[in-house]
Design a protein. Structure first.
Length: 80
C-alpha cells in the first residue's frame, strides 16, 4: 500500500465520524439515520475513491456538498 493510500484510509477514519456527527447535529437525526444518509450518497462513493482527491476537502465542505447533493440532487465540486 502506497503512502497516499495509507493517508487516504487514515483520513476516512476521522472524516466519516465527524461528518456523521454534523449530520446528526444539524439535521436532528439519530446516528443510524445520519450514517445511512452519508453511506447512500455519491459524496461517500467519491470519498472512498482515493483518486477523486475529495478526501482532502474539509469536513465542513464535505458536509455542505452532501447536503446540496441531498437537497438539489447535484454535486458541484469546487476547483482546488
Amino acid at each position: 500500500m502506497s503512502e497516499v493510500e495509507k493517508l487516504h484510509k487514515i483520513s476516512l477514519r476521522t472524516k466519516i465520524p465527524a461528518i456523521v456527527a454534523m449530520i446528526e447535529e444539524y439535521n436532528s437525526l439519530g446516528f443510524n439515520a445520519a450514517l445511512s444518509l452519508l453511506y447512500t450518497s455519491q459524496i461517500f462513493k467519491d470519498l472512498e475513491d482515493e483518486k477523486t482527491k475529495i478526501w482532502h476537502f474539509s469536513n465542513v465542505l464535505l458536509y455542505d456538498l452532501l447536503m446540496r447533493e441531498k437537497q438539489e440532487n447535484r454535486i458541484d465540486y469546487p476547483d482546488v
